[in-house]
Design a protein around this ligand. Structure first.
Ligand SMILES: [Zn+2]
Length: 276
């Protein structure tokens, strides 16, 4: 499933095609939404926000289109009415005089009044979005040490969208590695230094991944490896997808385990502590 950085990049593409222009024509595949075709036609799109893995298209006259791509949804931006050849089902189309933004395969689409969007069940239970809201390391530190979260394992917390929105499986492994935290630990087991590192790594790696197309590895090292002809999947991350390879810091073999039903990668020596 795409994670926050991939969704934000898709939102940037949609925003670039639609922002500041009137939508001349709309299509909703679902009958329950078709009444909005007339309501939204001619309205101008102000901006496109994200909340974790959800996208929020904001219209000037007070409506928001909410969409969540789950596993299969895909946005395609084309010149106006220039549909791609695909077997996917078109679920939503927004056309202006220059561009068409086409959402395929997604079934999770709603139209909400903007002032009511915050009360949407998904949005309400979703934690802070690091790419759309100004979240500081102090905010996250407070969250990590709160009663609500401190006694749950990091491995399940970092996949829980009510903890931090937009973090998914590759970011989970990468954040724990950068913070030097053992995958079996809970925030309450960690030193203050580890908690600050985890707060900073959550923010920094999410932003770096967004700005550098999914690369969470050290950027200089990634560039060097790329120049040597190393494939993207081998230089992209610190530990994720690297089982059996050497840790980039100390050479220990990276291990792969299942944690909260998803694969997790870690370095047994860099992530030795806390010892439980
Ligand atoms: Zn290591």
């Amino acid at each position: 499933m795409p994670e926050g950085p991939e969704i934000r990049r898709a939102a940037d593409q949609v925003e670039k095609a639609l922002k500041g222009r009137a939508v001349l024509d709309l299509f909703f595949a679902f009958e329950r939404l078709q009444e909005y075709e007339d309501i939204l036609q001619g309205d101008t799109i102000e901006r496109v926000d994200t909340k974790g893995k959800a996208m929020l298209i904001r219209f000037q006259r007070g409506y928001t289109i909410y969409s969540h791509n789950q596993l299969y949804g895909k946005w395609v931006i084309r010149n106006a009415y220039n549909y791609p050849e695909t077997n996917r089902q078109l679920r939503l189309a927004l056309h202006n005089e220059k561009k068409s933004a086409l959402l395929y395969s997604s079934s999770d689409i709603e139209v909400l009044r903007t002032e009511e969007a915050e009360a949407h069940p998904f949005i309400q239970k979703t934690g802070p979005d690091l790419l759309s809201e100004s979240v500081t390391p102090e905010d996250l530190f407070e969250r990590f040490t709160s009663k609500r979260f401190r006694n749950r394992r990091w491995t399940s917390l970092l996949l829980d969208q009510s903890f931090i929105a937009g973090i998914g499986n590759y970011l989970r492994s990468e954040i724990l590695f950068k913070a030097g935290i053992s995958p079996s630990a809970r925030p309450s087991d960690c030193s203050e230094e580890q908690l600050w590192k985890a707060a900073e790594a959550s923010i920094d790696l999410t932003w770096q991944s967004y700005r550098h197309k999914g690369i969470t590895n050290d950027l200089d090292l990634a560039a060097q490896l790329k120049n040597q002809g190393v494939k993207r999947r081998a230089y992209r991350h610190w530990v994720f997808n690297r089982a059996g390879h050497s840790c980039r810091i100390d050479g220990t073999e990276i291990e792969k385990i299942q944690a909260a039903s998803r694969r997790l990668y870690y370095c047994p020596t860099c992530q030795k502590y806390p010892e439980l």
